[in-house]
Design a protein around this ligand. Structure first.
Ligand SMILES: [Mg+2]
Length: 123
């Protein structure tokens, strides 16, 4: 199992990386959606990807739409992360093909619960 973390905040990337490392899940980090797509294409397959919504260069929602347009990534669970809890954001994410939606801030328990809800098994 491998994870992809896409967030422009180094703090968030390192936090998630450390949570996955403790569970023995290797984790690749990207700082924007464009880098995230490159990682999917060049370093995949990934079991799941966590996508921040607001990022420079390419947002998480745009990355999600591009990734979901490519059947190569059908098996990769995608979870959107954002501080925005408005219903229209959640709907947009689900319509774009997100498996789950997670509102920041979240804790370790909340993260792994969401991953299981997204269908990531054995984590
Ligand atoms: Mg951000």
């Amino acid at each position: 199992m491998r994870a992809l973390v896409v967030d422009d905040s180094r703090f968030v990337r390192e936090y998630l990386h450390s949570l996955f490392a403790r569970r023995g899940v290797p984790c690749v980090e990207a700082a924007d959606g464009s880098e995230g797509l490159d990682c999917l294409r060049q370093l995949g397959p990934f079991e799941f990807a966590l996508l921040d919504w607001n990022m420079p260069v390419m947002s998480g929602i745009k990355m999600l739409r591009e990734a979901r347009a490519d059947s190569l990534f059908d098996q990769t669970r995608m979870i959107m992360m954002t501080t925005e809890a408005e219903n229209d954001h959640i709907e947009a994410a689900l319509e774009a093909g997100a498996d789950e939606y997670m509102v920041k801030p979240f804790d370790e328990e909340g993260l792994f619960e969401k991953l299981r809800m997204a269908g990531v098994e054995g984590i």
